[in-house]
Design a protein around this ligand. Structure first.
Ligand code: FRU
Length: 495
């Protein structure tokens, strides 16, 4: 298919059922489909949207282009779950077929109003000359399962900002709704964010631009998300956002675009000043972007992110689909840094325990493609290499057919954790490098690794750092997990 403008903006109603069914069948049978992650039935998914807990279910929506692995007319797809593990497919929920969103429903967030699920999102349209305009729209989920516009809350871009103005995220504080929106200044073309408020959730007024110490930090901040977390009896404000245009440094900011956070005292909602520390990346892997959080009924702050990036071709493209979500993570604050742990519900995915032992030498751990591996060493690991998805159980594989493998390595002397996907299968995004390095502030004592056919999520030192990535082994039978190292306590569960 030649993905020209016309095809990218074809409404779903004009696509034959046969085309969609054929595509879905092709995707269902494609390699590299995930086992326990949220993924599209066909087409491309990107940002998590409207993540919330409502009426007994967690609801997650995501940016969806149905027809293939490209960005085009964006819909919202809907899944829901009682436990964040078993997801019910609710189908497409936001179909951009109103005049206000005729050229796509971009990212946004959910809030509850009069016991109904509402959303604040960016609606796009284009005129006959293909000139784009957007507004920020309040919408709600109807009993038929579809989302409809309730009010055009922000009909045009406020002066001082360019057309890069999108992704409203709502929070509730002191009987007032607030929303933070990603923006680009039209004065200096730098990324920033703007805050609005509303008494009723329907009519919104601009309060102004957030005042941070990041005056020159990329050209656009996508998907901002503001919330609070407590630490040592104090409440702190946290702003997560995805800045574009940050230059790579030696080990930082390696991906095309970044996602991270700043922590400070709470935003002053009168002056809009936010006094905060350094920007920290949320994930040091290859594939992570546009995270969104919500609160669980028990108060936990939970994050989902898109395990992918814009403007990068992925090996699944040829099969008509692209991307998946990360696993949900619980966020904590500790000494000014966010700690991210896999949500506790994940233990319910543990099936067979394939390995459970204290080991002192190179060990073959097992064969599986969907797994959780937990390794610890109280005194700090010595050098190791964890070889994942290797084609043979031989240690220190050197034979040609053994070179496809994903490697996690630790250099204890310099406390450096390395992820190497150079030979992990089909290579892609190589211009952004094929290894990632993380220098730890203290010795490595614990890792937890979640593998799912073509995804890997590595939690380091109980969630102090996390790395997410996709990898695409050429041979599905490449499923040997091998430990080359010394002392470790290790458990491997098949998922
Ligand atoms: C981030 C993003 C958002 C936008 C959406 C469009 O990945 O570019 O800024 O709303 O994706 O799909």
């Amino acid at each position: 298919i030649e993905w020209d403008r016309e095809i990218r903006y074809t409404p779903l109603t004009e696509v034959s059922a046969f085309f969609l069914e054929t595509l879905k069948t092709r995707v269902t049978n494609a390699p590299w489909r995930l086992g326990y992650h949220i993924q599209p039935t066909c087409g491309l998914m990107n940002d998590p949207n409207g993540f919330c807990f409502f009426a007994g279910y967690y609801h997650l929506f995501y940016q969806w282009f149905p027809l293939g692995p490209v960005h085009g007319l964006k819909h919202w797809y809907h899944v829901k779950s009682k436990n964040l593990i078993d997801w019910i497919d609710c189908g497409v929920a936001l179909v951009p077929n109103e005049a206000i969103n005729s050229h796509g429903a971009y990212s946004g967030s959910a809030f509850i109003l009069n016991e109904e699920l509402h959303f604040f999102y960016t609606a796009n349209r284009r005129d006959t000359n293909w000139q784009r305009s957007c507004s920020q729209v309040i919408a709600k989920l109807d009993s038929d399962g579809f989302i409809y516009t309730v009010n055009e809350a922000i009909s045009s871009i406020p002066s001082g900002y360019t057309e890069h103005f999108r992704d409203p995220k709502v929070w509730y504080e002191d009987n007032t709704f607030y929303a933070i929106i990603g923006a680009q200044s039209s004065i200096n073309y730098k990324g920033t964010a703007v805050i609005y408020s509303s008494r009723d959730g329907i009519e919104w007024k601009m309060l102004g631009e957030i005042q941070t110490q990041l005056d020159d930090f990329g050209y656009m901040w996508e998907c901002p998300d503001y919330f609070t977390l407590d630490f040592a009896g104090e409440t702190h404000g946290i702003l997560i956002f995805s800045p574009q245009g940050i230059e790579a440094q030696e080990y930082k900011y390696q991906n095309i675009y970044q996602s991270g956070y700043i922590v400070g005292s709470q935003i002053n909602l009168h002056s809009l000043s936010f006094v905060h520390g350094e920007f920290e990346e949320l994930d040091f892997g290859f594939d992570f972007y546009a995270p969104q959080t919500t609160t669980a009924p028990d108060g936990r702050r939970i994050l989902f992110a898109w395990m992918g990036l814009p403007e990068i071709a992925y090996p699944t493209d040829k099969d008509g689909w692209a991307h998946c979500m990360t696993l949900p993570r619980e966020l904590y604050l500790c000494n000014g840094k966010i700690v991210q742990k896999p949500i506790k519900e994940l233990v319910n995915l543990r099936k067979n325990r394939l390995f459970h032992n204290e080991i002192v030498e190179d060990t073959f751990l097992g064969r599986c493609q969907t797994f959780e591996l937990e390794a610890s060493c109280l005194n700090g690991f010595t050098n190791f290499q964890l070889v994942l998805y290797a084609s043979s159980p031989e240690f220190n594989a050197s034979k040609e057919e053994n070179t496809q493998q994903l490697i996690l390595r630790y250099d204890a002397k310099i406390q450096c954790f390395i992820i190497d996907r150079t030979n992990a299968g089909i290579v892609f995004a190589t211009e952004y490098g094929t290894t990632r390095k993380l220098y730890l502030s203290k010795p490595l004592t614990h890792i937890q690794v979640f593998g799912d056919y073509s995804s890997l999520e590595v939690f380091i030192n109980e969630g102090e750092s996390v790395a997410s990535l996709r990898h695409f082994p050429s041979f599905p039978e490449n499923n040997n997990l091998i430990w080359n190292g010394r002392h470790a306590k290790m458990t491997l569960w098949q998922y």
